[in-house]
Design a protein around this ligand. Structure first.
Ligand code: THU
Length: 144
């Protein structure tokens, strides 16, 4: 079985991670997080070269909060679709932040196993970040 736990160095080096991080920081600075005061920004590279981004948007009804990744995925589709190839999510300190479980699922849907994610431990493919992920394939397999 192929080792999917570490990305190929060529794929990692092909991404301008610092540009993605700076874009994510810009978005983090626009977060609307008056309740948690925990600001998040994210930037993602699309397979056609576009960069899409998002910030978290909270609500007085706390559970309605939108994670930064939700905004990014919305921009992905609103601006023409495509697949995410590399993602950098940051917290208020401007450093890599691990996406929550729900957002890992969003990244899986829109980037798949080979999409690269900057983590506090370096770049990892989504296959390592969300092992044994549930995806569209599972819908087909489980048909009765
Ligand atoms: N948050 C995100 O935007 N993305 C994540 O992946 C983790 C959590 C936001 C949601 C909420 O506004 C705040 O961070 C605290 O949980």
């Amino acid at each position: 079985m192929a080792d999917t736990s570490s990305p190929s160095p060529g794929a990692v080096d092909a991404v301008d991670w610092e540009s993605l991080r700076l874009r994510a920081v810009e978005l983090m600075e626009r977060a609307y997080a008056p309740y948690s005061r925990f600001r998040v920004g994210v930037a993602g590279l699309v397979d056609d070269g576009r960069v899409v981004s998002g910030c978290n948007v909270e609500n007085a009804a706390y559970g309605v909060a939108l994670c930064a990744e939700c905004g990014m995925v919305s921009e992905l589709h609103a601006s023409g679709g495509g697949r995410l190839t590399a993602v950098f999510c940051v917290g208020g300190d401007g450093q890599a932040l691990m996406p929550c479980g729900r957002c890992r699922q969003l990244l899986w849907e829109n980037g798949g196993p080979e999409c690269l994610l900057m983590t506090p431990e370096g770049v990892l493919p989504m296959s390592a970040v969300l092992p044994q992920a549930f995806g569209a394939e599972d819908l087909r397999h489980a048909e009765g």
